[in-house]
Design a protein around this ligand. Structure first.
Ligand code: BGC
Length: 760
């Protein structure tokens, strides 16, 4: 009965939404735009943080438990018609509180007190991380290691469901910035170093968030971020300058955003840093010419946190706040994350002056607001009733947890397994060491319950730490746990102290194997800045001392970025890279350790061996040259991009090309490879297709990922996988910074097999 009424509810909600085309909605947006005064239009471009409408004490601190300040709320939404609210306050909230907040925000429109509904947005970046009981998935860097876009879509779907369950229809995700600077504090938020992998996984997330249509009450608007080049700061520090030549911008950094636009993403957040000296928020070329005009992006662009103001206070490109608004808005940013109560009236006032003075044209204002209204219409926000809590019975369900665990399972990457040490036998006595194994914050990283994710008070009840997951799997009597080290932040910098290592060595004697779990303090954005990828000295000492006992060590790392493990890796017989696997990553890990599941994660980045040598897999031939290496193989990472081991083995045979030349634009070659599971265990393998342009007018990359497919094979089973090579697979950005293809010879490689063909 309950099921039937739920079904009825879903159908009614679906029917109550109109089935209009984009063109009709854009027309409708323009009609509604005409009903707004200039002030009301300007207010649509203004976004405030939730704290702006919460009750505070005499020192301005938000009161706990949170209470909406009805007077401020009325002033902001009813009197001043502010168009958008974002964020959570300092920590996560339960569904009921979210429902109350979002209902009150929407109420002014429902009562006819404003003409335009408010759009609420939040960062649900690895699941509904700001809703108590929300299902937490691996962070994006781990998700990328699954090389499985279907899992990204599933994560997107569940995150959308649980975010919408809190009444919020807009998610500031995915991050599509390329992970090519591992020092950057937000590296873990990226989908790795390769534009093709990022594009495919990013598209999976966008499709999952947005579904087929927003008529579906389980979808949210996705927000691509951070357009573009944010992830590549020279210094490694957050929001500092990047220098990206036009060719690299076009070939590497832009494609993931273009793919997301093609997948239907309708909002974008702008890069807070500057690229080639131009702050992201005033880059007219990228925002207006490339994104909006060239790619036909129909949605709207929102600034990042306080970034209009920062054009004056930080970047120093605007002499005052009014000029900052003018520069950003005229560059094509449609909405400003203002986001404080203290500054929003000034924003509205200065904006109006700029319009009156003709420094922001009415046309530009109309274009921005029409885009915002179009998205609000598309999301169905103009319906009086946009939210029905009865629809979300699967929130936090076992089904969702299982999906998060499955994603973690496919992400955790086996990087070393000498003499097949793994899987372990359940009868062995394990000494498990590491603070990171005993607290969920180390599995989850930042953006978990709180912004920085450090406060343990909000850890998900019922989710298991690695220690608990081991205990569940092998029983308390076979497990001895020691913290081993103490991680903390001292003056904001990660600090690690080694605890009594002699005691650990005594304990080691009584164990069959040692599992050491190393993590890092959760952090993001500026608080997450680091100075080096090297490990704390305490970690190196810990592993070396433990190795001196002669007991074999399984090393588990949970790092959001590739920390340098060169000095400790030789002391470990097996190594798992867990990334930040989320609340259910611990159980996934233990299933892998004991062989209940077979590892299939593959690195989404080139794992550097040295702190000072950051390399990428698509290096050029010149980069491989070295005076110190006769073989000229200077490219020498700890582990290569795309690498990851399994408990079974796969052979690649019979690489066949349907012909050996492509004759012009519409022609193509079909490449085929047979992959066989030659081991004794069922397993998943990611077939990776790379192409090398043998000679080109621009120094060609040693190889470029062009396609991949994850397959599952039983022992002895074979599958033939194919890939269609067309001219578009051979294109690169040429001398005049335009995409071109050049005639000549190419090499295709897959699983160690190589073939040649020509473009005629
Ligand atoms: C971050 C964005 C985030 C925004 C809203 C900013 O500081 O850079 O990624 O979406 O805050 O929370």
């Amino acid at each position: 009965m309950k099921f039937l009424s739920l079904l009825l509810c879903v159908l009614l909600v679906k029917l109550s939404y109109s089935q209009n085309t984009d063109a009709q909605l854009q027309k409708e947006a323009k009609r509604r735009l005409k009903q707004l005064s200039t002030e009301e239009k300007i207010a649509q471009t203004c976004q405030l943080t939730l704290d702006a409408v919460l009750k505070v004490d005499e020192k301005g601190r938000v009161l706990e438990p949170l209470q909406l300040d009805e007077v401020k709320l009325k002033e902001v939404i009813k009197t001043n018609n502010v168009g958008s609210i974002l964020n959570v306050s300092s920590h996560n909230l339960d569904l009921k509180t979210w429902a109350t907040i979002t209902a009150k925000v929407h109420q002014f429109y429902q009562l006819g007190e404003t003409k335009t509904p408010v759009l609420y947005g939040v960062d649900a970046i690895h699941g509904a991380n700001y809703v108590i009981g929300g299902t937490l998935f691996p962070q994006e860097i781990g998700l990328a290691a699954t090389w499985n876009p279907a899992l990204a879509e599933e994560m997107g779907k569940i995150t959308a469901y649980e975010t919408r369950a809190s009444g919020v229809p807009w998610n500031f995700s995915p991050v599509l910035d390329l992970g090519r600077q591992p020092l950057w504090s937000r590296y873990f938020e990226t989908l790795g170093e390769d534009p093709f992998l990022v594009s495919k996984m990013g598209q999976g997330l966008v499709k999952g968030y947005q579904g087929k249509s927003f008529d579906d009450p389980y979808t949210v608007l996705s927000c691509m971020k951070h357009f573009v080049g944010y992830s590549y700061p020279n210094s490694g520090r957050d929001r500092t300058p990047a220098w990206i030549p036009e060719r690299q911008m076009e070939e590497l950094f832009l494609p993931p955003f273009k793919s997301a636009v093609e997948a239907g993403a309708l909002s974008v957040m702008i890069n807070s840093g500057d690229v080639n000296g131009i702050p992201g928020h005033i880059n007219h070329h990228l925002i207006t010419e490339v994104l909006k005009n060239r790619w036909g992006f129909k949605g709207f662009a929102v600034s990042d946190w306080e970034d209009f103001r920062m054009l004056h206070t930080v970047h120093k490109v605007a002499k005052d706040q009014k000029e900052a608004i003018i520069l950003a808005f005229n560059a094509g940013v449609d909405m400003s994350m203002v986001p404080y109560y203290t500054t929003y009236s000034e924003y509205l006032k200065l904006f109006k002056e700029a319009v009156d003075e003709g420094r922001i044209s009415k046309k530009r204002l109309d274009d921005a607001v029409a885009r915002i209204l179009f998205v609000k219409l598309k999301l169905g926000l103009y319906k009086k009733q946009v939210y029905n809590s009865d629809l979300y019975l699967k929130f936090g369900s076992q089904e969702f947890k299982n999906a998060a665990r499955a994603a973690a399972q496919e992400s955790i990457t086996l990087l070393k397994n000498d003499n097949n040490l793994l899987p372990l036998s359940k009868n062995e006595r394990i000494l498990l060491i590491g603070e990171a194994a005993d607290n969920l914050i180390f599995q989850n990283g930042a953006w978990t319950h709180t912004w920085q994710g450090v406060d343990t008070a909000y850890n998900t009840v019922g989710a298991l730490t690695i220690r608990q997951a081991f205990e569940k799997q092998i029983g308390a009597k076979n497990l001895h746990f020691e913290k081993g080290y103490d991680l903390s932040l001292v003056d904001g910098w990660e600090t690690c102290n080694l605890l009594d290592v002699n005691w650990l060595k005594i304990e080691a004697k009584m164990a069959d194997k040692i599992v050491v779990c190393l993590g890092e303090m959760p952090a993001t954005e500026k608080p997450g800045d680091i100075r080096s990828l090297n490990l704390p000295v305490a970690y190196v000492k810990l592993i070396q001392e433990l190795a001196s006992t002669g007991k074999r060590i399984v090393l588990v790392t949970m790092f959001g970025k590739p920390r340098i493990v060169r000095e400790i890796e030789p002391f470990a017989t097996a190594v798992f890279n867990g990334y930040l696997p989320g609340d259910y990553g611990s159980e996934a890990l233990v299933d892998l350790v004991y062989g209940k599941e077979n590892p299939s994660g593959k690195l989404p980045f080139t794992y550097p061996k040295y702190d000072g040598v950051i390399e990428h897999y698509d290096y050029t031939n010149a980069e491989a040259k070295s005076g110190k290496n006769e073989l000229n193989q200077a490219h020498d990472p700890q582990w290569p991009f795309g690498f990851g081991m399994s408990y079974t083995s796969f052979s690649y045979t019979n690489l066949k090309l349907s012909k050996n030349a492509i004759q012009g634009e519409n022609d193509f070659i079909t490449a085929e490879i047979t992959v066989t599971n030659t081991g004794k265990t069922k397993g998943k393998e990611t077939v990776q297709w790379y192409i090398t342009d043998d000679f080109a007018s621009i120094a060609p990359a040693n190889k470029r990922l062009k396609d991949f497919e994850k397959i599952e094979l039983n022992p002895g089973e074979s599958k033939t996988v194919s890939f269609k090579i067309s001219t578009s697979s051979l294109e690169f950005v040429g001398l005049d910074n335009k995409w071109i293809s050049e005639k000549g010879s190419f090499t295709i490689s897959v699983g160690g097999q190589k073939g040649s063909f020509e473009l005629k």
